[in-house]
Design a protein around this ligand. Structure first.
Ligand SMILES: Cc1cc2nc3c(=O)[nH]c(=O)nc-3n(C[C@H](O)[C@H](O)[C@H](O)COP(=O)(O)O)c2cc1C
Length: 688
């Protein structure tokens, strides 16, 4: 239920039909109220009020914004100075009116739309209507469940006036003195009931989507909304999606302007700077392969990429640049390195059979995975203890991933806590990788923390009940974890600390040995079996993937235990040396689970054509592993960003040259085992 924080205009006056889509500057003045002008060229934020609210609901937020932000607020008909017009019939009419006004009078600059509670639906619909008429840079939705979810419980008509007032008190948003004034309450209820009628008429298709980055603002103590409910917003954008947690309740946005304003201003600046620099996040229209043009044009001004665009060479560059123990930790394989080599050799054993004269003028790299839309079929693999290669560790990785809009799968053994990484990721998608610990209370605590920090999927890694036999680490007598790096998710966890003696220090202290020792005892549970998987399944509603499978029967067992999908992987050759290459295991796993079940793969992916080969063999997406960690070690966030941009540019071009315009629909016939091509009739059958 929304409320009004404003003093309503005096009751009375003639009712006129809602003005819906009336065009022209007058309509613009009726629908859109400048609350804060900002300095010339300021970023333009347009706010949509909640049910019962009005343009001046955003007064506190407006006052707290910096000079470089302009704030416009939408004034819905039927209230305050628009009382005489009567109410809008439905959310569509609100959006039509606002879109018309914005397109007419405010389309000279990119628009940032922000809707609070019911206003989120109006802003969402407005963004869809504006698609052809104005540049929308980002959509923020605050305290609002996704449009395709049921808003039906908000039936205030079924409540008596005093019940509605009680609910208004519970949610906050209307100052108590106003709630004691009968005339104000009458007007508040009149507006609120009408807005709720519009809300109840609202229907949205499951696949209705905007094409811009979408950020959900959720207050931690909002009694009406939870992080779990918010995940479905991801389905309603084809751009990057993310969640920001605010302190406070349902009205955190409008009541705690001083806390929210800097966050919003940061987004606005970053998006506008990104657009000016042509970064991939903001220049949503430029295909990833535009990087090639940018690099070559840069050459005319004497510029060259800082890191190679051949991602296979970054390992050598890292060997030169990193401390030997750090390089060994990342590059090291298990045993003789046989599986590491097999991973790469498998990619070489498959060849692409490109098809010609298929319109490749535009390519669609987006894929849908676990109900989330990703800009490309690529995620950042969980890699532990990243501070070993760069002091900013996973924070720089999260920012680099966010720039590309690709999900980072954060390791349980990260060197920064999952909460810190969530803050660094901002609105970017993020998943959490779980090593199941030998303590169920700790397992539950990790999962709950991931849920409430906006991680939108859980990846359970099952191929590392013990660390592999890794000569590089053994010869250097080196483990980051025993030195306190890579255990940040544990040291602050209440369930973990409950198992420590009272006087245990931190991992870095002299008494930190107790911490590290306790961690070593419970960090994984080697007795975990398929029989335990349903326990984890019941623990959370997050989508669940099982990572580290190579045998088709294991993939079937994962699904039987409640997993939503699998990751075919041999941990990049770091666990059981001599095991089968991940790419070779992929087709049988895909065949075992059938179409429609998410299958991801990693281990050996180094180029865009590797990604294409994995897609052609049945993967829905791949995880990029070591290359981005080398990028991190060599150049921090910029290095991560470089690796991801290069990988996507190569993939984009590979799709075009192979005659596959869509990453989500790469035909199996795009690939063939190396060696003589199949017979003419076989080729004809498989490669249509
Ligand atoms: C240094 C390093 C640390 C890793 N840490 C984890 C981890 O914490 N959790 C996990 O599931 N996989 C981990 N992996 C495996 C990766 O997620 C991924 O499966 C692997 O890197 C893919 O192989 P590639 O890097 O050769 O492409 C790690 C890999 C490396 C290289």
């Amino acid at each position: 239920m929304g409320t009004t924080e404003t003093t309503p205009a005096a009751p009375g006056g003639r009712s006129a039909p809602a003005s819906g889509a009336a065009p022209g500057p007058q309509a613009a003045r009726r629908w859109v109220r400048p609350l804060r002008t900002g300095r010339p060229g300021a970023a333009r934020l347009v706010c949509f009020p909640h049910a019962g609210g009005a343009a001046n609901s955003f007064a506190a937020l407006s006052a707290a914004l910096p000079e470089d932000v302009e704030l416009l607020a939408v004034q819905y008909p039927g209230r305050q100075d628009r009382r005489a017009e009567g109410f809008a019939e439905d959310i569509g009419a609100l959006a039509a009116g606002a879109a018309e006004a914005l397109a007419d009078a405010y389309a000279d600059r990119p628009l940032f739309l922000l809707g609070h509670s019911m206003g989120a639906l109006a802003a969402f619909e407005t963004a869809r209507l504006l698609r052809q008429r104005a540049a929308v840079a980002r959509l923020f939705v605050s305290a609002a469940r996704p449009p395709s979810q049921d808003w039906g419980e908000q039936d205030v008509d079924a409540l008596a006036d005093d019940e509605v007032v009680a609910e208004l008190r519970r949610l906050g948003g209307v100052p108590e003195p106003l709630l004691r004034d009968p005339e104000t309450v009458r007007e508040v209820l009149r507006v609120l009931r009408a807005d709720h009628r519009a809300l109840r008429r609202y229907r949205c298709a499951d696949d209705a989507a905007v094409t811009v980055p979408l950020t959900v603002l959720l207050a931690e103590e909002d009694p009406k909304n939870s992080a779990g409910q918010m995940r479905d917003w991801a389905r309603h954008t084809t751009g990057p999606y993310g969640l920001e947690l605010l302190e406070g309740g349902h009205f955190a946005l409008t009541e705690r302007g001083e806390a929210v304003a800097p966050l919003l201003a940061r987004y606005l600046r970053r998006d506008l700077e990104g657009a000016a620099e042509g970064s991939p996040g903001a220049a949503a229209d430029a295909p990833p392969s535009a990087l090639i043009r940018d690099i070559l044009l840069g050459g005319l001004r004497g510029r060259r990429p800082a890191l190679s665009t051949d991602l296979t060479t970054l390992e050598d560059a890292a060997r030169e640049a990193l401390e030997p123990h750090a390089y060994g930790y990342v590059a090291g394989n298990a045993g003789t390195g046989g599986t590491g080599r097999a991973n790469r050799a498998a990619f070489d054993r498959w060849q692409l059979v490109p098809r010609m004269l298929r319109d490749s003028s535009t390519r669609d790299l987006t894929v849908r995975l676990l109900g989330q839309r990703l800009p490309a079929p690529v995620l950042l693999a969980p890699i532990a203890a990243q501070e070993v290669v760069h002091p900013e560790g996973e924070l720089a990785t999260a920012r680099g991933a966010a720039e590309a809009g690709l999900p980072l799968v954060l390791s349980t053994f990260a060197s920064r806590s999952l909460e810190e990484v969530a803050r660094a990721a901002g609105d970017a998608p993020r998943w959490f990788q779980l090593y199941f610990p030998a303590d169920r209370a700790l397992a539950e605590s990790l999962v709950r923390r991931a849920e409430s920090s906006g991680y939108s999927a859980l990846v359970l890694t099952v191929d590392a009940p013990h660390f592999g036999y890794r000569p590089a680490d053994l010869d250097a007598a080196y483990s980051p974890f025993l030195r306190g790096t890579g255990i940040a998710n544990f040291t602050g966890d209440p369930a973990f600390r409950a198992g420590l003696p009272e006087d245990a220090g931190d991992a870095g202290d002299a008494d930190g040995l107790a911490v590290v020792g306790h961690w070593a005892r419970i960090c994984t549970d080697a007795s975990f079996t398929w029989d335990d998987l349903p326990w984890l399944r019941r623990l959370t509603d997050l989508p669940l993937l099982v990572k580290g499978l190579l045998h088709p029967d294991d993939a079937r067992r994962a699904l039987a235990g409640g997993a939503d999908g699998v990751v075919v992987s041999n941990h990049g050759g770091r666990q059981l040396d001599g095991s089968v290459a991940a790419l070779d295991a992929l087709p049988a796993v895909r065949a075992a689970v059938g179409d429609g079940v998410p299958v991801l793969m990693d281990s050996g992916v180094r180029s865009g054509t590797d990604v294409l080969k994995a897609l052609a063999l049945g993967a829905d997406a791949v995880l990029c592993g070591r290359p981005y960690v080398y990028g991190l070690g060599l150049d921090g966030q910029r290095g991560v960003s470089h690796v991801l941009r290069a990988l996507l540019a190569d993939l984009d071009l590979a799709l075009a040259l192979a005659g596959c315009p869509s990453a989500a629909g790469v035909p199996a016939g795009t690939i063939t085992p190396s060696g003589p091509l199949p017979t003419v009739s076989e080729q004809d059958r498989t490669q249509r």
